[in-house]
Design a protein around this ligand. Structure first.
Ligand SMILES: [Fe+2]
Length: 249
């Protein structure tokens, strides 16, 4: 098991990331990147001890349905509308060692592509049985799993006709608030992935591939739910692309 707060390897070495593989900050086809991208060189702020060791909300108060988006919002005898899927995987360090105790939070649109959010304006209907949020903690082997519905693609006001591919947002918390990583998972075979201006900010094809969960028939539950596998690597050359912290942990 890896201590998530440490970045050193057992022998003191470090498998460095490749900065050249980072997505570009300024990418005009992704319109809001024009205003969001920095105009000046970045400044480095070392994190403080309290930031690194501060408690993470949620580690000890998980409910039994927190990882079951099919059932955690609607009445007890009903489930969410849409194709039932299991999303599972493993959180690991740069050497493939499991990372236990990481809090994973997910949020997503419903099967029609609509979020349950006050600012959501898409015409697709809300599902009364679907809230769109879930969470769980990785086990000793770094594994996690949740049940949900396949999210629908949705249009967004960027270019004249841009659609987000089906995706699930992930947040991964380590031992403290300062160790939060955020990314998005996509689904194997979705033709919208390669058309998405947000995905196109990542120019390393292998990094995009690592965000695409393959269909995992071995984990499928017959007559119930398909399964997709999404492994998350916190740092190193095979690091998952994190949108809030390009360098990983
Ligand atoms: Fe989204």
């Amino acid at each position: 098991m890896t201590d998530i707060s440490k970045s050193e390897t057992p022998n003191g070495g470090y498998a460095a990331r490749l900065p050249a593989n980072h997505p570009v900050a300024l990418f005009p086809p992704y319109r809001t990147s024009v205003k969001r991208s920095p105009q000046a060189a970045p400044l480095s702020f070392p994190t403080t001890i309290s930031e690194e060791t501060g408690p993470v909300f949620g580690h000890d108060i998980l409910g039994p349905l927190d990882g079951d988006l099919l059932a955690n919002f609607g009445p007890q005898d009903q489930t969410a509308i849409g194709p039932r899927i299991i999303v599972h995987g493993r959180v690991q360090d740069q050497f493939g060692r499991p990372v236990a105790g990481a809090l994973i939070e997910v949020w997503q649109a419903n099967a029609g592509g609509r979020y349950r959010h006050v600012k959501e304006g898409y015409i697709a209907p809300l599902d009364p049985n679907f809230g769109g949020c879930g969470r769980g903690i990785t086990g000793e082997d770094g594994s996690y799993e949740f049940r949900t519905v396949m999210p629908g693609p949705y249009p967004w006001p960027n270019g004249p006709n841009d659609w987000r591919p089906a995706h699930i947002h992930f947040s991964i918390f380590g031992a403290g608030f300062a160790q939060r990583l955020i990314t998005q998972m996509y689904f194997e075979g979705d033709p919208l992935i390669n058309l998405c201006p947000i995905v196109k900010t990542i120019h390393d094809k292998a990094a995009v591939e690592r965000l695409i969960a393959p269909l995992d028939m071995a984990h499928t539950v017959p007559m119930d739910a398909r399964a997709y596998r999404f492994d998350i690597t916190l740092r190193g050359r095979r690091q998952t692309m994190f949108e809030n912290r390009m360098e990983g942990l």
